[in-house]
Write a protein that binds this ligand. Structure first.
Ligand code: NDP
Length: 454
């Protein structure tokens, strides 16, 4: 059978774009199908617009807390409509750039929803009219449609926002309830709080960021920028009702909270439903598509990368999966994605960054007696003349038997920039002695990583 394309990519997010561009660079005939703007979660409703909001929040915090440095700040006002308008402009600019780069590589872009007809054929549907626009076929199909926010199954849930809605707002609310204690909930709680919005955060457990090293969660909870948030733990949202233009949340405890709006940030899930995949009977891994290490599903013509497979749902991971897929199948390489030592950051203010094993996980794997912890916590020099005495924390997890550094964790300004570099050394198998014999750069926060002796 003759196919129109060598590769159809369904979903133009980080992973799909990386695969399409890499495959096209090898001269194969590539099409990409996307129902929304080109760019996916990261560019359109995730990392990029969120980080721009973080910069706004950080700028305001610095402007209003630097009187000790002689900087008076009596008349600072924040107009969220300006920020949100500028962010949308920037997101459109980036999306257009991605579209141009696809055109330059002769990748055919189909605007619409891709739906499987056979293992080699898709129909393109107009998302608004639901009309079939055309049919296309390919030797291989890569699914990279990403995820969508999970919603709680409670009365009134449709009144609440998900993170997707935040980026569509004209203005921020004056008060908000944020449900969840993971990446999205903590980042938005921090952004909103630092921009002067009244924030209540509701978590079902005891602590924020449960998948991170415990010291990082504690640092965040104790940080003065976070203590301005009304944190409610060990409770759950039971129902939502509209009351006099506001939203009233009823909790399991019976308590009621009234806020302008509610953000539900209780995780994300693969967005596979519109693809009509059922007839292919693909093997699943829970809600995710099951793939082998070549990102091949149980159907030999169908592949998957990004947030629809059970691997860390992070942009750089999806990009690498996409590139490795195309290198292997269109350039005869034998590459694998390296899932070890993936650096992670939560862009709260100050931010949290981490690479490698947490203290708890290291002790579970290597036994408590074989793990040594190096840790320091101090007020960074930048806070010397500030009212805000937020501390920073650096932590190294070491295997006593081999001296190998298993994990590095940091809470504090620019920790993401620091941990990105530290992850190179962990990948290279660095020992604690290598840290110790490295000269410090003074005065910095990160010098503490090479001056912690046990
Ligand atoms: P997370 O998995 O990070 O956090 C989900 C949170 O929701 C947890 O606190 C969890 O609680 C809570 N939760 C889950 N189910 C319920 C429920 N039924 N009722 C109450 N609380 C519930 O998900 P996010 O939505 O924050 O982010 C999704 C993913 O997106 C992340 O895992 C990450 O991969 C990616 N992301 C990455 C970012 C970055 O790199 N900076 C930024 C934003 C997103 P508990 O801890 O008790 O399970």
């Amino acid at each position: 059978m003759e196919f129109q394309f060598d590769l159809i990519v369904v979903g133009a997010g980080s992973g799909g774009l990386a695969a399409a561009k890499r495959a096209a660079s090898y001269g194969v005939k590539v099409a990409i199908v996307e129902a929304n703007k080109i760019g996916g979660t990261c560019v359109i409703r995730g990392c990029v617009p969120k980080k721009l909001m973080v910069y706004a929040a950080k700028s305001k915090k610095n402007m209003t807390s630097s009187e000790g440095y002689g900087l008076k700040s009596e008349s600072i006002s924040f107009e969220s409509n300006i920020l949100l308008k500028n962010i949308r402009k920037e997101v459109s600019r980036l999306s257009d750039l991605y579209k141009d780069s696809l055109n330059k590589l002769n990748v055919t872009v189909f605007d619409g929803l891709g739906r499987f007809l056979t293992q080699n054929e898709l129909e393109i549907i107009c998302p608004k009219t639901k009309k079939i626009l055309q049919k296309i076929s390919s030797k291989k199909i890569l699914i990279s449609v990403g995820g969508k926010p999970k919603k709680l199954n409670i009365p009134g849930i449709d009144l609440a926002w998900t993170s997707d809605d935040i980026f569509e707002l004209d203005r921020f609310p004056e008060s908000i309830l944020i449900v969840g204690g993971g990446y999205i909930a903590c980042e938005f709680a921090s952004i909103f709080r630092n921009l002067g919005i009244e924030v209540t955060q509701l978590i079902r457990g005891e602590h924020l960021l449960n998948s991170f090293d415990e010291d990082l969660s504690l640092c965040l909870e104790e940080s003065p920028t976070f203590t301005g948030i009304n944190l409610i733990s060990k409770n759950q949202l039971k129902s939502i009702a509209r009351v006099n233009g506001n939203l009233e949340s009823t909790l399991d405890s019976g308590d009621k909270i009234v806020t302008n709006n509610i953000l539900i940030a209780t995780g994300r899930e693969p967005n596979l439903q519109p693809l009509n995949l059922d007839f292919l009977n693909l093997k699943m891994d829970g809600p995710y598509l099951d793939v082998d290490e070549l990102n091949q599903t149980s159907n030999e013509n169908v592949f998957a990368v990004g947030d629809i497979i059970n691997k860390p749902n992070l942009t750089p991971v999806a990009i690498e999966q996409g590139r490795v897929f195309s290198d292997n199948f269109f350039n005869h390489q034998k590459r694998k994605v390296n899932y070890e030592y993936i650096p992670k950051a939560v862009f709260t203010i100050p931010e949290i960054s981490t690479v490698g094993l947490t203290e708890k996980r290291a002790k579970e794997i290597h036994s408590e007696k074989n793990i040594k912890i190096f840790k320091c916590k101090f007020t960074p020099m930048s806070n010397t003349f500030k009212d805000n005495k937020s501390k920073c924390m650096l932590k190294i997890v070491v295997n006593k038997l081999t001296d190998k550094v298993l994990g590095c964790h940091m809470f504090g300004e620019t920790s993401s920039e620091i941990i990105q570099m530290v992850s190179i050394s962990l990948n290279a198998g660095i020992t604690k002695k290598d840290f110790d014999i490295t000269m410090a750069l003074h005065p910095t926060i990160s010098e503490e990583f090479v001056t912690m002796y046990g």
